[in-house]
Design a protein around this ligand. Structure first.
Ligand code: AMP
Ligand code: MG
Length: 499
């Protein structure tokens, strides 16, 4: 973990809240207090996330930090609120949703994040007017998963909301069984979603739609202000970011699991971690969310769904953009942006420095090999980095991952020929490939082990796993066991929308 830098100077009680979102008209949210919980305790906290807001990690163990991020003590200057939004869930218009269990404390300066401020939000902090049938709470299991995966994706260089900490409580929370309650603190420049815009569009409230769009553009896309149609330019920029984000997901085998429009960030960040998963035995049709029977959000569907969601946003922005033609034109770049980004990422994953006309075939053949043999996605690309052009014997650990050895040999021969075409050098290629093909990802079973220990109030495994995931590209030979194939028992693990 990084040592706290000189900027890490704030204490919990000296964080200065700006409450930007609270300055929007009251129609956008409901001001309310988090509901206190009994006997809160620290489960985990991220030093890297704390550094983004200059918070001293020494705070983590203080009573003030724990009470604050349990929702028991509202920090001075914070104007807590729950935001309203709507959305399409599994392709169907769901009407009003909103922060049913999340409470925004407000934004604090976040100089290291690349944005002026970061909002702090408590997830699982109690009932809000948007809780519908829910209890306003979150369980320890899903909070730990969100915490670990936010920080893991950030370390992989994938845009995401961040996780500051998880606080546990003795408050029992009812799901399929009685579970331990928890509050996760997330950080993001904004939590505005595609569904925040859909909300006003479907209510036919153009004024609020414009207020929200102006707020987001002024704060996060100020460079678009001077374009001929800032709303069209805004849609294009969100479309591009979304396309690039999903290309990044595909390239590391990340599956979000619930790509509803209310779970799509207006900044192109990964947001709302639920039944996500990382691809293990490769299957393009893999569905990581047990509740998603149709496979709407399977791995292979993600790019198309990302585009579908951008169209839903486009529909909502149409009254501001003006015409259907301009809206369609603004959405146009999705496919090309996605393809270009994915192509760049896949070239890098294969250690190719140049682009050649036949590369598409080589890539397709690699994926066909992975698919036919259900090869572990992460291990395949990581081990591929150690391939030597003139020494096939060195392929053994890689070849062992593929059941159909002759098929592997045929592909490897084509790959070697391609590497020779650009005079690829084994050692520099390995360094480059290891910088893009992670050795460590948050496999479900790793999270499960950490969760089970945490249920017994042993949080050491979360800490250890976080440390491993913070350096996903490093060899970390002492943590070899975290890079292995999942054990047999992991095949029975199921994650669903229950959280
Ligand atoms: P999700 O698909 O998990 O992002 O949640 C969809 C909607 O349900 C959001 O409006 C959430 O705030 C709300 N929600 C999910 N779980 C709960 C809960 N336990 N209590 C209240 N609202 C919830
Ligand atoms: Mg959500």
């Amino acid at each position: 973990m990084n040592a706290p830098g000189p900027s890490a100077s704030y204490r919990t009680d000296t964080l200065t809240f700006e409450n930007s979102f609270a300055q929007l008209p009251p129609a956008f949210y409901t001001r309310l207090m988090p509901t206190p919980v009994p006997s809160p305790y620290l489960v985990c906290a991220s030093t890297d996330a704390a550094q983004l807001i200059g918070l001293d990690p020494a705070e983590f163990t203080t009573d003030d930090f724990i009470q604050t991020f349990a929702g028991n003590r509202v920090p001075s200057g914070s104007i807590p609120l729950a935001a309203v939004y709507s959305g399409h869930q599994f392709g169907v218009w769901a009407g009003q949703l909103g922060d049913g269990r999340a409470i925004l404390l407000g934004d604090v300066p976040g100089p290291a994040s690349g944005y002026p401020t970061l909002e702090l939000q408590l997830k699982g902090a109690g009932l809000t007017p948007y809780s519908r049938m829910g209890d306003g709470r979150a369980v320890l299991r899903s909070s730990i998963r969100e915490f670990l995966c936010s920080e893991a994706l950030a370390a992989l260089g994938i845009p995401t909301t961040r996780a500051l900490c998880v606080v546990g409580t003795d408050l029992p929370v009812m799901r399929e069984t009685v579970e331990t309650g928890a509050i996760a603190t997330r950080m993001s420049p904004t939590f505005v979603r595609f569904g925040s815009f859909e909300h006003w569009y479907y209510k036919d409230r153009k004024e609020e739609l414009k207020i929200l769009a102006d707020y987001v553009i002024d704060r996060f896309y100020p460079e678009l202000r001077d374009t001929p149609n800032p709303y069209a330019a805004f849609l294009t920029e969100v479309t591009r970011r979304t396309a690039r984000l999903i290309a990044q997901w595909q390239a590391v085998g990340f599956m979000h699991g619930v790509m509803n429009t209310d779970n799509m960030s207006i900044l192109g960040l990964t947001i709302d971690y639920g039944p996500f998963g990382f691809m293990e035995a490769f299957d393009a049709g893999h569905i990581c969310n047990h509740s998603d029977q149709q496979g709407r959000y399977s791995y292979r569907m993600q790019p198309g769904i990302g585009q579908w969601n951008c169209f839903a946003l486009g529909q909502a922005l149409l009254p501001l953009i003006g015409t259907v033609e301009d809206t369609q034109a603004a959405l146009e770049p999705y496919k090309a942006e996605y393809q270009t980004k994915l192509d760049d990422l896949l070239h890098a994953k294969l250690g190719l420095q140049t682009k050649m006309p036949e590369d598409g075939k080589l890539v397709d053949a690699a994926f066909a090999l992975l698919q036919a043999n259900h090869v572990d996605f992460t291990l395949f690309f990581r081990r591929l980095g150690s391939l030597k052009i003139d020494d096939a014997a060195a392929d053994e650990p890689l070849r062992d991952l593929v059941l159909d050895r002759p098929a592997f040999d045929a592909w490897a021969a084509d790959y070697r020929a391609r590497l020779k075409q650009e005079n690829s050098d084994d050692s520099s290629r390995k360094i480059a490939m290891n910088a893009v093909n992670p050795k460590f990802v948050l496999r479900n079973y790793l999270a499960q082990i950490a969760i089970e220990k945490a249920q017994d109030k042993d949080f050491s495994e979360i800490k250890k796993l976080l440390r491993v995931l913070e350096k996903p590209f490093d060899e970390q030979p002492e943590h070899e066991s975290y890079a292995q194939l999942p054990p047999d028992w992991a095949s029975h693990l199921e994650v669903s929308c229950s959280s």
